[in-house]
Ligand binder design. Structure first.
Ligand SMILES: Cc1ncc(COP(=O)(O)O)c(C=O)c1O
Length: 430
């Protein structure tokens, strides 16, 4: 295959919006011609080792032959058909697998098309459930600060109200109950004051609260906070005590990233509703799912509306479902937990960054490594440096982090870690 392409960067700059950018003063974009394994190839000739797994989704790397074969087969059979009034084997197969690998009580699956939409669906499920029970006061959500759940409006309304850009829309967004972000760190001692504080919030607000929504164990885009499993366990207990549903957003943490298949397993709890996305298709197609219990699904279905009010055009897209099945099989057929443990060992090389000034904290969990600086990073400058070092790392705020594809080798991680060390040491981030 001829990988040489002319990429019209002028048109891109004039007409195309990239994520979180200005149209008049955009950050540079790097033209990519192709990807393979854990490498990204630029039109300018560079080959970059990927530390981001395409926003944490490409767990098997790029161009995996098994995923490609699944997609080719499905394209030849049926790329898409509406899901209203129709069903198909790829969706059924996928939902069987999801019911099997997620916590036992999650039995009913809603297929959606992105992480944010899975969160919207989860919120609708919670609200509709209480309405179906004749309880009309439960119209709010409760959530910790520093969370991130997506960019659509209901999802935004439960993102951190201060750190996220979503404060721009604050007048338009529904107001929810924010509790303090988890403080006790994973692997350290749990401060029981956090549990008492949570209990006070539940006691004060439960009558108005339909659900507590949280990213289990890792608060991701809101700050890469690895928190103590006891926090989540406490939330589960309080949800049960106060009749508040628990929504766990596993969109970033699901499929092994934290060392467990799903991060809720660190706390040995089961949510009432769970959202998954990102790595669901191994980073090949957009697909997400919201799973819930029989009790909630039956409640909604026997309520006044009688149906869950959601149905996207590309719901249950067969192509995405087929490749998701292949990706899940690929993951569970290998010793993925061992591979994550090896990556975690390799990521410990980031700890040498602690000797540098401007480094506040270095932490790792599963296949996630984070270097937190004292000041915000100049993304344009550091990214240019990373390209010169042959790596793809995209920091945000004060955080330089790695969430590499699981196929990365120790040598790849060393190259990524070393580039981060040198970027900070050489002040390429200011
Ligand atoms: C925890 C979490 N929830 C939801 C989302 C939104 O997913 P999407 O970007 O697919 O809409 C993200 C995306 O980063 C996420 O990390």
């Amino acid at each position: 295959m001829n990988k040489k392409q002319t990429i019209d960067l002028d048109f891109d700059r004039q007409h195309i919006w990239h994520p979180y950018t200005s149209m008049t003063q955009p950050l540079p974009v790097y033209p990519v011609t192709h990807t393979q394994d854990n490498k990204i190839y630029l039109a300018t000739g560079e080959c970059l080792i990927d530390g981001m797994a395409s926003w944490w989704s490409a767990i098997h790397g790029y161009g995996h032959p098994v995923l490609k074969a699944a997609m080719h087969h499905q394209i030849d059979t049926m790329s898409h058909v509406m899901f209203g009034g129709i069903t198909h084997q790829p969706a059924i197969e996928l939902c069987k697998k999801l019911v099997a690998i997620t916590p036992n009580s999650l039995q009913k699956v809603f297929l959606a098309d992105s992480g944010s939409v899975a969160v919207e669906v989860a919120i609708k499920m919670a609200l509709q459930y209480w309405l179906s029970q004749g309880i009309t006061t439960k119209q709010k959500l409760m959530t910790p600060l520093k969370g991130y759940h997506g960019d659509t409006f209901a999802a935004m309304s439960v993102c951190d109200p201060i750190n996220s850009m979503h404060s721009l829309y604050s007048g338009f967004l529904p107001e929810h109950v924010f509790v303090p972000a988890p403080v006790s760190q994973f692997g350290q001692t749990f401060d029981h004051h956090e549990a008492h504080q949570l209990a006070e919030y539940f006691a004060a607000h439960h009558q108005d609260v339909a659900a507590f929504i949280i990213e289990p164990i890792v608060q991701n885009a809101g700050g890469m906070n690895f928190y103590h499993p006891e926090y989540l366990k406490t939330v589960r207990q309080l949800c049960s005590k106060y009749d508040v549903l628990l929504i766990c957003d596993e969109i970033a943490t699901g499929f092994g990233r934290t060392g467990k298949m799903f991060a809720v397993e660190h706390s040995q709890i089961e949510p009432d509703i769970m959202c998954i996305g990102k790595a669901l298709t191994g980073g090949t197609m957009t697909l997400s799912a919201t799973l819930t219990t029989d009790k909630i699904a039956i409640g909604i279905s026997e309520g006044e509306a009688g149906v869950l009010m959601h149905g996207p055009t590309f719901m249950g897209n067969p192509l995405a479902c087929a490749v998701a099945c292949a990706s899940i099989d690929l993951l569970i057929e290998q010793d993925w937990a061992k591979q994550i443990a090896l990556l975690n060992d390799a990521l410990s090389s980031l700890h040498k960054c602690t000797e540098l000034t401007h480094v506040k904290n270095v932490r790792t969990l599963g296949a996630i490594g984070v270097v937190e600086l004292t000041d915000a990073v100049n993304v344009e400058k550091i990214q240019a440096y990373f390209i010169s070092q042959g790596v793809w790392v995209r920091p945000f705020g004060k955080l330089i982090y790695l969430m590499p594809p699981y196929i990365s080798t120790k040598a790849d991680i060393d190259t990524l870690s070393n580039a981060i060390y040198c970027a900070i040491e050489g002040s390429h981030f200011k």
